[in-house]
Structures are given as structure tokens and as C-alpha cells.
Design a binder for this molecule. Structure first.
Ligand SMILES: C[S@@+](CC[C@H](N)C(=O)[O-])C[C@H]1O[C@@H](n2cnc3c(N)ncnc32)[C@H](O)[C@@H]1O
Length: 399
């Protein structure tokens, strides 16, 4: 295998920065030879959010204790086998005591460092290269995972890559996805039985979460390899989606193109029926962390306008974004250009006077509780756009 190279355009999501666990390190190589990892994220759901008797385990505490199988923030325990509710509660109690013991008097986490071994002069200080080990290859992991007992409704499994180039960022999970997923978990009623369209869905994590409640979710993105990964993630999490009779359809939707792809050669293309149903039934559109390049932001809003102005129903659009600050020589200052462009393009919606659709925008307060462990940094924001038609849509085929 080639050395893993960090090029100037390599990006690594904070979500993947933690130490991998032994059990779920690297699971396969994808079609373009990138190492693929499997992470498991634990959701804290209250009883009203659960949908099968098996998963009726009692969780206590106001915050989620998440288990990121590769990189735990606060580990509950290292196995998620079925367990009865009493031992679950007991473990949670022990876990909380353990967490408290790690906090100093101000509540800051005290990191216990591994003691340094004394260095002897004849020791060789050069470090051997360590290559990741492929535990299983190809499709094996899917079958293996399907057989595992731990397919309970509070664990979401996501395959992803790490440290990608900018064009492959969708293969990582981004913090904005957690924020949006968190909001959805808190407001399940807003999504119940809806038809939802996710734009730039990446690994599919947000679509999986919304599909717990929504009847039909179209998870869209570009690139066959990414869409394959997304499709696998939907399959890995069918225990969260199918019990309620819901479904996720992975489809290609490129903001740089004016039309839906209906090419039968493309495995992720749309049927005419799906396009019609999307326009007739969609009431929610989602996008997490897709505003990092001004041209793409413009293309995104153009697509959003094209779709919302042809919908048969009013639509709520939820967009999460993380402000990323950079020092630029041009400004000789720390600026957040992608965010500024996002805000100005968002405001442009208010000025649209096409006589067809009216848009309103509002920030969503982030006061809802956390259901996934991630750092809800102050740079995270969630925006809601409401799109309402002022005239009935033109019958299809006459646009
Ligand atoms: C930073 S990632 C976010 C992925 C996912 N929403 C998340 O938060 O984990 C940005 C996403 O936008 C998608 N994207 C970029 N250009 C696109 C385009 N022209 N059309 C559709 N999606 C695009 C990428 O493939 C990627 O999945």
C-alpha cells in the first residue's frame, strides 16, 4: 500500500480525530483504493423515540453518552451487546461515576497521561511505519455486521474514510451532520411520515437519522464511489429505518447540473415517477455542512431555488454550517469567507420576487439537548428556511 500522504488539500474531520479502537479499525478498501473505517455512534433516545420492544432500554441522564467505536469521547463501555435494562442502568451509573472521577473541581476533564518510560541511550529512536490492518475485505463486513447482536435502535454504524482530498470530503462525517441529526432526534414530530430530500448527504448519517421518522428520504450527492458508501451505510442501519416501514433512496443530484439525472446507465439515477413524487410530496429539505466553497454555495442555492419553486407543498429547509476561520494574506486578518458568502446568499433568497415562491429565514436556537456526543462548538449554526408557493405550481411538463 502506498504511504498515506497529507497533501496541501487534505482535510480531516474533527469527528475522526480520536484514537481508533482495536475492534473497529479499518474494514476494507473502497473501489478507488481508499481505506474505509467503521464507526459506531450511540444515540440517547427517550422511550417515545424508540420503535421496538427489544430496544426499550431505560436511559437516564439528560445528555447522551456516545460510543464512537473508533474514537470515543466518553466511553460507556467497549461492548454494545444486548443487555437487560438493569445492567444497562447499572453500567450507566458506573460510567457516570467514572466520568465524575475524571473531572477536576471546576468540571474540566483531567487527562491521565501514560507514564513515560525512561529512555536508554542505545534505544533506537527511529519510528517504524505502522500500516493499518485490514480486518475484513469487500462485502464481508456487511454480512458480519448484519449478524451481530448489537443492531439495536440506539447505535448507528457509519463507514467512512479519513483525511480525504477536498473533492472527497463527503466520505467523512462532519460536525454539522451531528448538529442536524441532533435537532432531528429532538424534533421527531416535525419529520414524522414526511418525504425528505437531503442535499450533499455524504455518508448518509443524517438521512439515516431522519428516516427513523420520515416515510421516504432521498439522500443525494455526487460520485459513484461516495454514493456506494452511502448505500452501504443505509443497509448497515436498516434496523433503524425499516421497522417503521420507512425507506431511504440514494440518488445522484449534482448542484452544478440543471436537471435530475435519469440516465439508466447510472445506478443512482432517478425515475420519472420519483421526480414527480419528490415534487409532489417533499415538505422537508436538509443539508449539513455543505458551505465551504463559494461556487458550490451558489450552485447549492440555485438548486434549492429550482426545487422549492416547483414543490407542491410548503417546505421547511434546515441547513447546518460550521464557521471555519482562516488567516488570509489578502485580508491580513482572520476571516470566515465561506460563512460570509453563505450568509449573503441566504439573504438573497429574501429578495426573490418571482411571483411564485416566498422565502423566510430564521436561525434555530441551539438550546435542544444533545443526543450524540460531539463538541457543540460555538461556530456551529442551524438555519431554517421556509419556502411557500404564492401561486399553484405549473403542471409538470409545462415548465
Ligand atoms: C463537507 S461534506 C458534508 C457531508 C455530510 N453532509 C456531512 O455533514 O457529513 C460536503 C458534501 O457536499 C457534496 N457536494 C459537493 N459538491 C456537490 C455538488 N456539485 N452536488 C452535490 N453535492 C455536492 C460533497 O460530495 C459532500 O458530500
Amino acid at each position: 500500500m502506498d504511504d498515506m500522504m497529507f497533501r496541501s488539500d487534505t482535510v480531516l474531520s474533527d469527528v475522526h480525530l480520536h484514537t481508533p479502537s482495536k475492534r473497529h479499525f479499518m474494514v476494507r478498501l473502497n473501489a478507488v483504493g481508499q481505506p474505509v473505517f467503521l464507526s459506531q455512534f450511540k444515540l440517547l433516545l427517550d422511550k417515545s423515540n424508540r420503535n421496538s420492544g427489544k430496544e426499550e432500554r431505560d436511559f437516564r441522564g439528560e445528555n447522551l453518552r456516545c460510543q464512537h467505536k473508533r474514537g470515543e469521547v466518553l466511553s460507556v463501555d467497549d461492548s454494545i451487546e444486548d443487555e437487560d435494562s438493569s445492567s444497562s442502568i447499572e453500567k450507566e451509573g458506573n460510567c457516570l461515576k467514572g466520568i465524575e472521577a475524571l473531572l477536576d473541581e471546576d468540571g474540566d476533564l483531567e487527562v491521565v497521561r501514560k507514564p513515560q518510560l525512561p529512555y536508554t541511550e542505545d534505544e533506537d529512536l527511529s519510528r517504524d511505519k505502522v500500516y493499518p490492518i485490514i480486518l475484513t475485505k469487500g462485502g464481508d463486513i456487511l454480512e458480519e455486521q448484519e449478524e451481530e447482536e448489537d443492531s439495536c435502535c440506539d447505535v448507528i454504524k457509519i463507514e467512512h474514510t479519513m483525511a480525504t482530498s477536498l473533492e472527497d470530503v463527503g466520505k467523512q462525517v462532519w460536525r454539522g451532520a451531528f448538529l442536524l441529526a441532533d435537532f432531528i432526534l429532538c424534533k421527531q414530530d416535525l419529520f414524522k411520515d414526511c418525504t425528505v430530500l437531503e442535499l450533499g448527504g455524504g455518508t448518509g448519517i443524517v438521512s439515516v437519522i431522519v428516516a427513523k421518522a420520515a416515510k421516504t428520504t432521498y439522500c443525494t450527492d455526487i460520485g459513484e464511489d461516495l454514493l456506494d458508501m452511502c448505500e452501504r451505510n443505509i443497509a448497515l442501519n436498516k434496523h433503524l429505518i425499516e421497522p417503521a416501514g420507512n425507506k431511504v433512496k440514494v440518488r445522484v443530484l449534482d448542484w452544478l447540473k440543471d436537471d435530475f439525472c435519469t440516465d439508466p446507465e447510472n445506478s443512482y439515477s432517478w425515475s420519472e415517477k420519483e421526480i414527480a413524487e419528490l415534487h409532489d410530496l417533499t415538505t422537508v429539505i436538509l443539508a449539513a455542512d455543505v458551505f465551504y466553497d463559494d461556487d458550490l454555495t451558489d450552485a447549492f442555492f440555485k438548486t434549492l431555488y429550482r426545487i422549492t419553486s416547483n414543490l407542491g407543498n410548503p417546505c421547511a429547509v434546515y441547513l447546518s454550517i460550521e464557521k471555519r476561520f482562516n488567516f488570509t494574506l489578502r485580508h491580513m486578518d482572520v476571516v470566515c469567507e465561506a460563512y460570509s458568502h453563505f450568509r449573503s446568499t441566504l439573504n438573497d433568497l429574501l429578495n426573490i420576487r418571482d411571483g411564485k415562491t416566498r422565502y423566510t429565514i430564521e436561525p434555530v436556537q441551539l438550546s435542544f439537548p444533545q443526543h450524540i456526543v460531539y463538541e457543540r462548538v460555538e461556530q456551529l449554526e442551524l438555519w431554517k428556511i421556509t419556502a411557500e408557493r404564492t401561486t399553484p405550481p405549473t403542471p409538470r411538463g409545462l415548465e
